[in-house]
Design a protein. Structure first.
Length: 188
């Protein structure tokens, strides 16, 4: 308080009041600084998660994404989908997976899945038991397809293959032991 009186006294002597203005401005500056600190702590009300690009196999599919719809965002889904990207090499077993999408290379066993998709340039070696298969790349090993096995142009399937129905596009190739489940039942 003594300092303020001396400042006021000095301003009275000069006839102007610039120092009093300065004192008021200092308190305003402190108030503005506090407001800015409070505004830096604002949290977004909607949370988004960016979705990585998914390999395209010429189909439109739902991809796991985010809880709320936003620009460039996809809704979160409970689908158990495993994407093996173009430059990814994977070796081992896939225990739980609804859809396996392969653009890279995988050597594994897939004991039960709804679908396997092998894109152009993708490679799967091992055993797979699925409901449907869509092959544009290479499959080598044992494959059991309960419903439909589709071999696209450029797709190659070799090994022991069992299927419900088979569709082979022009340019698709198969080799090895191929047998439909219907023919297996009639052999009994």
């Amino acid at each position: 308080m003594a300092q303020r009186k001396s400042k006021e006294t000095s301003t009275k002597n000069t006839g102007s009041k610039p120092e009093e203005k300065q004192i008021e401005n200092e308190s305003e500056t402190k108030s503005l600084a506090q407001n800015q600190d409070d505004s830096n702590n604002v949290q977004p009300t909607t949370k988004y998660r960016a979705e990585p690009a998914s390999p395209s196999l010429g189909k439109v599919r739902g991809i796991p994404g985010v809880a709320s719809q936003g620009i460039g965002m996809k809704p979160v889904s409970n689908t158990n989908r495993l994407n093996v990207g173009k430059n990814v090499k994977l070796k081992g077993g896939v225990i739980t997976c609804d859809i396996l999408s392969v653009e890279g290379k995988i050597e594994a066993s897939l004991p039960s899945a709804s679908e396997i998709e092998i894109g152009s340039g993708g490679y799967f070696k091992g055993k797979a038991k699925v409901t449907n298969a869509d092959i544009s790349g290479d499959f080598e090993g044992e494959l059991q397809v309960k419903d439909v096995l589709t071999i696209r142009k450029g797709g190659v399937v070799s090994g022991a293959v069992r299927y419900g129905k088979i569709v082979i596009e022009s340019g698709g190739k198969i080799s090895g032991d191929m047998q439909s489940f219907d023919s297996m039942e009639s052999d009994r």
